[in-house]
Design a protein around this ligand. Structure first.
Ligand code: SF4
Length: 337
């Protein structure tokens, strides 16, 4: 018989905590904004490459994954940029971690189990918790979660926020509860995205304007300036490789979990389920308007909330996609961009 319990994930509960209305848009109405951000696609590609690297240690095969994911790079400049960045990043990573300090025991591990009532110890009849863990590793006989992250800015604030990361605590809790694996902590495997951009050269008009300005500054009224040409792919790749030879482009942060933290996760998760049930009973998911412009950018559902859920806004700006796409396996040769 098919399990009728509602599948939830870290992203589900994190969205609910940030704004219950956003959770309803995504998980009850199954709406997502049309298109997918380049950042998300890039993150998916690097996850795919890292999984392959950690299991096969074959940088040639990793490059093939990047080539296939960015098959349309000659047509789209943003795809070419991603191809350059991923190629140099993965090569730099392979050089940086030629010798690993841990033993990988599992990658892309799926888990699933009922959410537990901490007071009675009984499983929920309504909710399941599921997820996918980037990796499990062993260090000196202890098990750690391995979590891959790409970021454009690695600073003290970024590392500080990891201490409050609900995701890996949730995963550690789930592994202990459902699979009986005691997790000592987490290793955040952070890869920094280089900000370098390929030189685009000048258009004929831009060159004419620059040449005219230079000539005007010369007593002779002429200039020897030549038009700047676009940077060749090989030259840009060489610049990126130099950048990724810098050890600071990679970082590993180790955090340890206490048993109290995991008990708190169970209690908090249960409370969230009770709030969700109450919201669903009243068919009213509160809008956390303090979150609409979090980090200075509008929430993906802002046009929808502002239009009070109007159908024409849904038709024009959103598409319906089943939830929890992150739990389904993707082929290594599937296009990403
Ligand atoms: S726009 Fe604001 S109220 Fe609407 S879902 Fe986003 S955060 Fe919530």
């Amino acid at each position: 018989m098919q399990d009728s319990r509602l599948v939830t994930t870290y992203t589900f509960w994190n969205t609910y905590r940030n704004c219950p209305r956003a959770c309803a848009w995504r998980y009850l109405h199954e709406l997502v904004p049309q298109g997918r951000s380049t950042n998300l696609r890039f993150g998916s590609l690097i996850h795919r490459c890292l999984e392959h690297w950690h299991t096969q240690q074959d940088i040639g095969a990793v490059q093939e994954i990047i080539d296939q994911a960015c098959a349309h790079r000659m047509q789209y400049p943003e795809v070419l940029q991603a191809w350059h960045l991923a190629s140099a990043m993965m090569l730099g990573y392979a050089m940086r971690y030629r010798e690993e300090t841990f033993t990988i025991t599992d990658t892309e591990r799926l888990f699933s189990g009922p959410i537990i009532n901490p007071a009675s110890g009984k499983p929920s009849r309504t909710f399941l918790l599921a997820g996918k863990i980037d990796g499990l590793v062993e260090v000196d006989g202890e098990v750690f979660l391995l979590e891959h992250k790409t970021t454009g800015c690695l600073d003290g604030e970024y590392l500080e926020k990891l201490w409050m990361d609900f995701q890996l605590l949730l995963y550690a809790y789930a592994l202990e509860r459902y699979d009986g694996i005691r997790v000592a902590g987490a290793i955040y495997n952070i890869l920094v995205k280089a900000k370098l951009r390929q030189g685009q050269g000048e258009t004929a008009l831009e060159f004419q304007q620059r040449a005219a300005e230079l000539a005007a500054k010369n007593k002779s009224g002429t200039t020897t300036a030549t038009r700047k040409l676009p940077e060749a792919d090989a030259d840009f790749q060489a610049r990126l490789r130099v950048k990724y030879a810098d050890p600071e482009m990679f970082h590993r942060e180790v955090l340890y979990f206490s048993r109290d933290q995991l008990a708190e996760v169970e209690a908090e998760l249960w409370l969230l389920t009770q709030q969700f049930l109450e919201a669903r009973k009243h068919d009213w998911f509160i809008r956390n308007t303090a979150y609409c412009f979090h980090y200075g950018t509008p929430c993906a559902y802002y046009p929808l909330c502002r239009a009070n859920g109007a159908e024409h806004v849904i038709d024009n700006l959103y598409e319906r996609r089943p939830p929890h796409e992150e739990l389904t396996a993707t082929r290594d040769d599937a296009p990403v961009f």
